[in-house]
Design a binder for this molecule. Structure first.
Ligand code: HEM
Length: 132
């Protein structure tokens, strides 16, 4: 019989390109502003412009929208690309808290936010390269 309709990609549910860009900008604004993300901010360089663009391009594809990052750079190799930065539990948890706050402030629906946070946890935890 008929197949189930395809699940709506998080990208669509979020509101597409404009929301992904807004979310990433809020994420880095918060990282810059909020003292509780200071350790995370310290891992980054002084200029966050490139990081903003790259996370936006990456998340577009990761959320089920256009693969803007892969079009530009090929396979993300995210773990390898994070090896120059010391990432432990503290940095992982600050990244997740910062992204969670950005999602709340951008009005991401509660069920979608919880689902994305879980997926972000898997990715962020896999990026860890320090025991502590
Ligand atoms: C776990 C804690 C994390 C820390 C401390 C961290 C830190 C960083 C830093 C310092 C950069 C370099 C930024 C620059 O070019 O100026 C970076 C790049 C990047 N991060 Fe993370 N990150 C974390 C987790 C994540 C997660 C969970 C994702 C995806 C969901 C992600 C996606 C990216 C991407 C796409 C880039 C750009 C890579 C490139 O092409 O150079 N990061 N990250």
């Amino acid at each position: 019989m008929s197949e189930a309709p395809p699940a709506t990609a998080p990208y669509e549910r979020l509101g597409g390109d404009a929301t992904v860009r807004t979310l990433v900008d809020r994420f880095y604004d918060l990282m810059d502003l909020e003292p509780e993300y200071a350790d995370l901010r310290r891992v980054h360089g002084s200029d966050l412009t490139a990081a903003r663009d790259k996370l936006y391009w990456f998340l577009s594809g990761w959320l089920g929208g256009p693969d803007l990052y892969i079009e530009r750079f090929g396979h993300p190799r995210l773990r390898a690309r994070h090896l120059p930065f010391a990432i432990g539990i503290r940095e992982r948890d600050q990244w997740l808290a910062c992204m969670n706050q950005a999602m709340v402030e951008c009005g991401v629906a509660e069920d979608l936010r919880a689902r994305l946070l879980q997926a972000f946890f898997q990715t962020a935890d896999w990026m860890r390269n320090q025991a502590g």
